[in-house]
Write a protein that binds this ligand. Structure first.
Ligand SMILES: [Zn+2]
Length: 294
């Protein structure tokens, strides 16, 4: 979907722009959290774990975008439980991780900047007053302050692997609502992927071997969805082995549930990630599969 302010290379427009940098400084004050958090940086696994929707924080200057605080606890603002699951996975897999520092309502780090859904004015029926009629300058200000540093942190960590002669794997962690509209979602966990099956297919097999577990293959969202950014940009385009995980939020409401899912996922991923032949640049052997399911 084109947008009137399309920019083919968002980093070019934001990274090198002094006005944008100055604006970024103005957006985040000393009391605001940083745009990303590096976790378990000493991790030794050839794996980076990322969480685009880890946070429900808003820059103070944006005043929660006019939302009541209650709304900022809901899925429209963040992926409930995903940050803690990411932390637990990084510890169990001995891998570094990067958590995004702000709510997806400020800017969605899993969207290209030119994608209209990068800034939603209506999320799951909830109007977001501070995103209505958002101008280009404000979009660029948020991009420079949050989206760009988060993705640069991921790119920098991946580059460090590259410098060390390692082809790393990338794991993206999300969570989803048990009900969308009036439709219950039966899956406990979804494995999202597109062309590279190296982690996704054996992971589906391992998770489906567990009795009682309902496992979605590109459900409730599809890894083929063209709007997704993080995996496409950092892993698929570079041929890095990757997978995107979605865990249903009712599974992650308490520390015990998060710990159980971290253990389950780490156990299922462990054998796959232990295969040294995984860490090669993927050369697609078949054309892109068409379509998506959302
Ligand atoms: Zn998410």
């Amino acid at each position: 979907m084109a947008h009137p302010t399309d920019c083919s290379d968002p980093h070019r427009q934001t990274a090198g722009s002094e006005p944008a940098r100055a604006a970024a400084t103005a957006l985040l004050g000393p009391a605001d959290p940083p745009p990303f958090e590096l976790i378990h940086p000493q991790g030794r696994a050839p794996l980076l774990v990322v969480c685009d929707h880890a946070s429900r924080a808003f820059p103070r200057a944006l005043g929660r975008l006019g939302l009541p605080e209650e709304a900022t606890w809901r899925h429209i603002a963040w992926d409930i439980g995903a940050a803690e699951l990411t932390r637990a996975l990084c510890a169990r897999l001995d891998a570094p991780g990067v958590l995004a520092g702000y709510s997806r309502l400020v800017i969605d780090c899993n969207r290209r900047l030119e994608d209209p859904t990068c800034f939603v004015a209506l999320g799951d029926g909830q109007p977001v007053p501070g995103n209505e009629g958002l101008g280009e300058a404000e979009r660029l200000r948020r991009a420079a302050a949050i989206h760009e540093p988060y993705h640069k942190a991921i790119a920098r960590r991946l580059h460090e692997f590259h410098v060390a002669g390692v082809v790393p794997a990338l794991l993206a962690v999300h969570s989803f609502t048990p009900v969308l509209g009036r439709e219950p979602r039966p899956w406990h966990v979804g494995v999202l992927w597109d062309r590279d099956p190296r982690i996704a297919v054996p992971l589906l097999e391992r998770l489906r071997a567990e009795p009682g577990l309902v496992v979605g293959d590109n459900q409730p969202y599809s890894g083929r969805h063209p709007a997704d950014y993080t995996i496409d940009h950092h892993a698929e385009s570079a041929g890095l082995p990757h997978v995107c995980l979605e865990v249903r939020q009712d599974q992650l409401l308490a520390p015990a549930g998060i710990a159980a899912w971290a253990e389950r996922l780490a156990a299922a991923l462990g054998g796959i990630l232990a295969d040294r032949t995984l860490y090669e640049i993927w050369q697609a052997r078949e054309p892109r599969r068409e379509g998506g399911s959302r």
